[in-house]
Ligand binder design. Structure first.
Ligand SMILES: [Zn+2]
Length: 201
């Protein structure tokens, strides 16, 4: 098979095609664009990748990914520190924060309970959440889990576990399609779901 690029560039394309949203064809286009714009794109990108790769950490407080621990969200004194929004994944945290409809703190669980996949409470960052609430100063915990069966099971489990602490527990209003993931919702829908959140019994 004729090859139009050498082994090194081929390797670069292979790596790029592992990224979400980039198939082999768009990976090839991205690689070519970088090579053509070496000084303005490729070199700064390579430096940024190496820099972030070296310093990336998981926030020991909330589970966010950042180059600082505590992360920039936990360290932000202007935020409402009495409200914690619980999400499944860092992508959900980023989506909610992008929507600018929530200015409190977050807690990333790292997934949902799943009997099918053998995911139990000890596999998620639940102990960390309970510890934060037990430490005091928290007035409300908003459960912003996805509207999937596992997401809702996890939501109920957390509400039950948080009951003893006496903290107010609310959940996102899901006017969103079942199975809809937060990351894919537009900012307006996210903001509406937050505003219309209700207490969890
Ligand atoms: Zn954090």
């Amino acid at each position: 098979m004729p090859r139009s690029h050498g082994a090194d560039i081929d390797g670069l394309i292979q790596l790029l095609s592992r990224l979400p949203g980039l198939g082999p064809r768009s990976a090839k286009r991205a690689a070519l664009q970088m090579l053509k714009k070496k000084d303005s794109v490729m070199v700064p990108l390579a430096r940024a990748l190496a820099d972030v790769a070296e310093r990336v950490v998981t926030c020991t407080t909330c589970g966010n990914i950042d180059t600082h621990d505590p992360c920039h969200v936990c360290a932000d004194a202007r935020r409402d520190r009495a409200t914690i929004c619980v999400v499944e994944d860092v992508a959900d945290l980023w989506a909610l924060d992008r929507s600018e409809s929530f200015r409190g703190l977050y807690h990333v669980l790292g997934g949902t309970l799943s009997a099918l996949d053998g995911v139990g409470p000890e596999d998620l960052n639940i102990a960390g959440l309970l510890a934060r609430v037990d430490a005091g100063g928290i007035g409300e915990v908003i459960l912003a889990l996805n509207a999937t069966v596992d997401g809702q099971t996890t939501s109920h489990y957390l509400a039950e576990r948080l009951k003893a602490s006496g903290v107010k527990v609310t959940a996102l209003a899901h006017g969103v399609p079942v199975g809809g993931e937060l990351d894919y919702l537009d900012d307006g829908t996210l903001a509406a779901a937050l505003r219309a959140r209700g207490s969890v019994e």
